[in-house]
Design a protein around this ligand. Structure first.
Ligand SMILES: Cc1ncc(COP(=O)(O)O)c(C=O)c1O
Length: 457
């Protein structure tokens, strides 16, 4: 057992850690991060790590960006808080909404602000229900998401999420949430089935699911362009066009959860643009402020806004909103973040770095432990298997990917492991080519150490 520092002991006695094995954690204690600069974070011992996960898929511009610090400080001095309730407003929220409308890849009437991806997706569900009540379709309420999709942890968002740990013993999912198949060709494609044929089969299954549920009760479909926390799953070729056709057939409201893929992650400003996928609404968060402060948003198209007006004429107040919806300091930081993305041509620069990132990633396919090295843009998943030929996974209780994460940390790299022994990689967008090389060099050494370790199991 490691010797725990005083700070670590205080942590164990005071904090409930999100997304941690609470029982195991009592022995291992925390990794306490003290400071960060660029793409590097440093622990309390002074050891530096490449942050291969951009925090939690969010610190797009890296750490210590003085312009963002200044934007926050200046706004705090000028107007530290103001809200948007009861018709009140402020300049940073207005400016941010205008900028988002300008860069959105779909027609947007209005922007609704929240503080997290979960709140954004909860808001989407409530707005879809509102829409269908306004349109006189009170039975059309079910939302379809996908197995292994990740949409957050609040009660409704966790219900959309298609991962077991978010639901078991939380008494979830709630009613009116339905899950369709996961578009992961490596795991769920049949022997000899092409990506296109797999996509066709998924669209047929989706159609059949809607028919089984009764199309008159199905209201919406939500998807991440590339699934993140489910293991970085890139959909098979032609997937979104085939799924979109089914959505259109049954008049579903389509939501792209851009919480990870938004703002350049895939080499396009929004993830849906990488697939020619045209949703009605977007959920955005994380890189919106490069994670300097919490802020998220939902884009509202005309049809939705008209429905909200109809409801308001009937009910009066639109009874939804958070104290910190459009918080002026978060909004000012987000405005500055968008300014930097445009001025520094961050998305074009990401696109230029993708070939190196993806080449280094694909080379991992040769490693004896790697079943599939997959990804797109600057996001990747590396699935570890016990047998490459049969794709047999390790016993989950062995914690092979979790062990690889620890070896990576010893090598000075932070990555994450998710269900299915998959390592996830999602560095800050500002990572340099030399840092990409260093990231994969460190990861390769961690995989080699993990391979030795599995031989001793
Ligand atoms: C695609 C996606 N949607 C929603 C969320 C939930 O966001 P939050 O943790 O800010 O509630 C996440 C978080 O990782 C996410 O990856």
């Amino acid at each position: 057992m490691p010797v725990l520092s005083n700070l670590a002991v205080r942590d164990i006695e005071t904090l409930v850690h999100p997304y941690s094995n609470l029982a195991a954690f009592r022995d291992t204690g925390p990794m306490i991060i003290d400071r960060a600069e660029g793409v590097f974070v440093y622990d309390t011992e002074g050891k530096g790590y490449i942050d291969g996960m951009a925090g939690l898929w969010c610190t797009a511009l890296g750490y210590g960006n003085e312009e963002l610090v200044q934007a926050a400080a200046a706004q705090m001095r000028k107007l530290s808080f103001a809200h948007l309730f009861n018709g009140k407003s402020h300049d940073p929220a207005i400016e941010l909404a205008e900028r988002l409308k300008d860069i959105a890849p779909i027609p947007v009437s209005k922007i609704f602000f929240c503080n997290s991806g979960s709140e954004a997706n909860d808001t989407q569900i409530k707005l879809v229900w509102y829409l269908n009540n306004a349109l006189g379709r009170p039975k059309k309420k079910k939302i379809i998401s996908r197995i292994k999709g990740y949409h957050g942890v609040t009660i409704a968002a966790a219900s959309l999420t298609g991962l077991p740990n978010n639901q078991i013993d939380f008494d979830l999912p709630i009613a009116n949430i339905v899950h369709t198949s996961c578009p992961h060709h490596y795991r769920f494609g049949k022997e000899g089935e092409s990506e296109e044929d797999f996509a066709t089969r998924l669209a047929v299954e989706f159609d059949e699911l809607i028919v089984r549920e009764d199309p008159g009760t199905v209201a919406a479909f939500i998807a991440e362009p590339v699934m993140g926390a489910g293991g970085v799953i890139v959909p098979p070729k032609t997937y979104f066009e085939k799924i979109a056709a089914v959505c259109q057939k049954y008049d579903l409201y389509v939501i792209s959860d851009e919480v990870i893929c938004g703002f350049g992650r895939l080499g396009t400003m929004f993830g849906c643009q990488s697939f020619g996928f045209k949703p009605h609404g977007l959920s955005i968060a994380k890189a919106l402020s490069s994670a300097y402060l919490p802020i998220a948003a939902v884009t509202v198209p005309d049809i939705m806004y008209e429905a909200m007006l109809t409801e308001s004429r009937k009910i009066g107040t639109f009874g939804h909103g958070f104290t910190y919806s459009g918080h002026p300091v978060s909004a000012a930081v987000a405005v500055k973040t968008l300014e930097i993305y445009a001025r520094d041509r961050i998305v074009e620069k990401v696109a230029a770095k993708v070939p190196l990132f993806q080449a280094r990633l694909r080379a991992l396919d040769q490693h004896p432990l790697v079943g599939e090295a997959r990804g797109m843009g600057l996001i990747a998943g590396v699935e570890l298997v016990a047998d490459k030929d049969t794709k047999r996974s390790f016993e989950p209780s062995k914690g092979v990917a979790a062990q690889c994460v620890r070896f990576a940390e010893a090598e000075g790299l932070i990555v994450r492991s998710v269900i299915g022994d998959t390592l996830t990689i999602c560095p800050p967008l500002v990572i340099t080519s030399a840092e990409i090389d260093a990231l994969f060099d460190r990861l390769t050494r961690a995989l080699d150490r993990t391979l030795d370790w599995t031989k001793r199991l």
